[in-house]
Design a protein around this ligand. Structure first.
Ligand SMILES: C[S@@+](CC[C@H](N)C(=O)[O-])C[C@H]1O[C@@H](n2cnc3c(N)ncnc32)[C@H](O)[C@@H]1O
Length: 304
């Protein structure tokens, strides 16, 4: 019977040969999944024998990964903001850089709830996650707000134009006991009938169409609808920006994830909006422009 160490070595070699740049990590994650344990457990017991069923599951996973499928789709699981999300081809795999949007959303909402007295009858803070996909942003945010005992004072809408993605998002909300805290709706961007919102969150597709086919093969397993941002990557983001005057509350804020090279273009799109708006571009942990904070006011500057 093969041991964990044997299978890790053979799987790593095969994945490296297939072109994976993270062959060893992929093999560890796939073997942890196949044995029903964790990557850490696998690393701790290289001498342990692997049963026939687990070895067969691992082999199937390696074959899928050799064909380019992301490890997250093979495992059906991706960690995001400390939570395990179910993922499959219905929606984008949540990315680590999007955790910044969740943290900033929590900060914005907490500030609205704590910066002034809220006598009984004060309306909830109205929040929308536009293009919710797997529901990662909305569910992680609901979980954070529940921990801080703020959830009851927030209404949370999660919208997507993909009914398949919405089904997955609902499943993730149920898995994290957040289904009662989030209303899911099929909509093109922000549903006007539900506006205005105090906080608009969006990680919309922002990759230029021509670049999609040049992405690593793993991206070809994700819905094109979740990636394709049109000719310059900003077609959908620009439409959302143009909708802000009608859908964002007077003192509201929109937080938009953007590509590392799109800060200037997004600033220009905000400057072209009707009225006076500000656009602050916040970098991610790698120092790349990542999050646009858009609100009514004057001027445009960069967050350090
Ligand atoms: C980049 S994915 C982000 C998914 C998720 N929010 C996340 O951060 O992992 C973009 C999502 O926007 C959705 N989308 C694309 N165009 C849209 C539109 N016009 N209206 C609403 N949702 C849209 C896609 O279906 C997809 O789920």
């Amino acid at each position: 019977m093969a041991t964990i160490g044997d299978l890790l070595a053979s799987g790593t070699a095969r994945l490296r040969a297939s072109g994976s740049e993270s062959a060893r990590l992929d093999a560890e994650l796939l073997l942890g999944w196949a044995v029903g344990g964790s990557r850490t457990a696998v690393l701790a017991h290289p001498e342990a024998p692997v049963g026939a069923d687990a070895a067969a599951a691992y082999e199937a996973g390696i074959v899928r990964r050799e064909a380019g499928e992301p490890v997250a789709y093979v495992r059906g699981l991706k960690e995001f903001h400390g939570l395990a999300f179910g993922v499959d081809r219905r929606a984008l795999i949540p990315r680590p850089e999007t955790e910044l949007l969740v943290s900033e959303a929590e900060r914005e909402i907490a500030w609205r709830l704590t910066s002034a007295p809220r006598p009984a009858g004060t309306p909830q803070v109205r929040v929308i996650d536009v293009g919710t996909g797997s529901g990662a942003i909305a569910v992680a945010l609901a979980t954070l707000l529940r921990t801080r005992r703020m959830l009851a004072e927030v209404s949370l809408l999660a919208a997507d134009c993909s009914p398949e993605a919405l089904d997955l998002a609902r499943e993730n909300a149920v898995a994290h006991s957040a289904a009662d805290a989030i209303v899911f709706t099929e909509a093109d961007l922000v549903p006007a009938a539900e506006a205005p919102f105090d906080v608009i969150l969006a990680n919309l597709p922002y990759i230029p169409s021509a670049e999609i086919d040049r992405l690593p093969v793993a991206a070809s397993f994700e819905p094109r609808l979740a990636l394709d941002g049109g000719p310059d990557g900003l077609a959908i983001v620009r439409r959302l920006l143009e909708a802000l005057p009608a859908t964002l509350a007077p003192d509201g804020v929109a937080l938009l994830e953007i590509g590392f090279d799109q800060g200037t273009a997004v600033g220009e799109a905000v400057a072209a909006l009707e009225g006076e708006w500000s656009c602050l571009i916040q970098p991610d942990l790698s120092g790349n422009p990542r999050l646009a904070h858009v609100e009514r006011s004057i001027g445009s500057e960069a967050l350090g």
